[in-house]
Design a binder for this molecule. Structure first.
Ligand code: CTP
Length: 397
């Protein structure tokens, strides 16, 4: 669980996105957090305190003068043992209030009274014109300058029927951002390029060759690097996975496309992590038309040519980024892993223990560098990705 033991104060302000706060509450609790909900009067026009209380399992606070708080100082009580304050949804009015330090209700008062070290995240949600209004933009800039993390907003269709910036991020994206707020920023200021997933090598317009890579490990590495503060580009073969929030994803199909995109981005990055299961060969005689079976004619014969080795090509550049490779071996991992690291001329290679990790959520790894190897024991791919990011960042110059 990514938020085990964390105490989150979740503030709701007036906006139709309040319904997403219900799902966010559940998502936070599923990750082990306890959630203390505080609502403004406007928020209660959109969702009831009863709903939020039932979901969070705690009394919801709405009133600055709530007599249930022994010392009658709810704004102090609620923030002193919190680990983070999240305002989702955060209305245009509440942003304006935060910017000016206004405090005329419980939620705004506890925001002003929060201890300076407390992570404070807001998820703006409003109509596109309200978001684009220079007043709101000025407020957003000032809030960022004050050290407040703005999560979103996103662009898309809005409840009012208009389209544009202002939608609140989805609960899962907010959850990822809240989890990220608790991770060490060991890659702050770094740029990280990651490949993930399988490649797809066409045979004809409807058929092709691929492999069983799900992309889960590569996507976890991209997310962990983003959590650690890096600017992340993810070059992905075809997968069913959503791009991790905050990560710039470029979709490709073939190994050659992956090679071209990676080479175009290699120079701008400090770290390259090659997690993709790249096809070693592509079909040389790709048919322009769909191959047809006709009578007794023989089965088509595929000819192959070798694909470029993307990782080796990046490692061979002058001034390469810090290169990390992955290896899947079915036997002799310790020997083959170290040999592969040397052959590809890379400082770090990660071996999958056990050949069949495809599609699974857990994994077990061995990390090889010039000094030997180290085991990362069985854990979720996300936990391993965070450990790997720590291994990488500790080795960067
Ligand atoms: N890789 C790559 N481009 C390729 C092939 C592999 O970038 N054309 C990268 C993978 O992303 C991975 C590492 O190289 O990081 C795996 O190396 P490779 O030697 O291909 O591993 P295996 O597929 O295990 O190779 P082999 O068949 O030689 O055991």
């Amino acid at each position: 669980m990514d938020l085990a033991g964390k105490k989150i104060v979740l503030g709701l302000t007036g906006g139709i996105a309040c319904y997403k706060a219900a799902e966010l509450t559940r998502a936070l609790m599923k990750e082990g957090a306890s959630v203390q909900v505080v609502m403004t009067q406007s928020a209660m026009q959109f969702i009831t305190a009863v709903t939020m209380q039932a979901l969070s399992g705690r009394t919801v606070y709405t009133d600055q003068w709530d007599g249930r708080v022994a010392n009658n100082m709810a704004h102090i009580d609620l923030t002193r043992d919190a680990d983070a304050i999240v305002i989702a949804p955060c209305s245009a009015d509440f942003m304006s209030k935060l910017m000016h330090g206004g405090c005329d209700d419980l939620l705004s008062t506890l925001c002003l009274a929060r201890p300076a070290h407390l992570p404070f995240l807001i998820a703006p949600a409003m109509n596109v014109e309200m978001w684009q209004n220079p007043a709101t933009q000025r407020n957003a800039l000032q809030l960022k300058a004050d050290g407040i993390a703005l999560l979103g907003p996103d662009a898309g269709e809005q409840a009012c029927g208009e389209v544009g910036m202002g939608r609140m991020l989805e609960p899962e994206q907010l959850l990822h951002e809240i989890v990220a707020a608790f991770q060490p920023k060991s890659l702050a200021g770094k740029r990280v390029l990651v490949t993930a997933g399988p490649t797809f090598e066409p045979i004809d317009p409807v058929r092709g060759l691929t492999n069983r890579s799900s992309g889960k490990m590569g996507y976890a590495v991209a997310r962990a690097a983003y959590e650690a503060g890096a600017e992340v580009t993810l070059v992905s073969g075809p997968t069913a996975l959503a791009a991790p929030h905050g990560v710039h994803r470029i979709n490709v199909q073939t190994a050659e496309q992956m090679h071209d995109v990676v080479m175009a981005h290699a120079e701008a990055n400090d770290v390259f992590v090659a997690v993709a299961a790249v096809a070693d060969w592509r079909v040389a005689n790709v048919s322009e038309q769909k191959l047809k079976k006709s009578g007794d004619s023989p089965a088509p014969l595929l000819q192959f040519e070798q694909n470029p080795d993307i990782l080796a090509a990046v490692a061979a550049r002058t001034n390469p980024p810090y290169c990390v490779g992955f290896a899947a071996e079915s036997e002799n991992l310790l020997q083959y892993g170290e040999e592969k690291r040397k052959k590809k001329n890379i400082p770090l290679l990660v071996g999958n223990i056990g050949p069949d990790t495809f599609g699974k959520d857990e994994n077990e790894l061995v990390v090889f560098d010039a000094n030997g190897h180290k085991r990362l024991t069985l854990a979720s791919k996300m936990q391993l990705a965070r450990q790997l990011v720590a291994e990488i960042s500790s080795r960067l110059p």
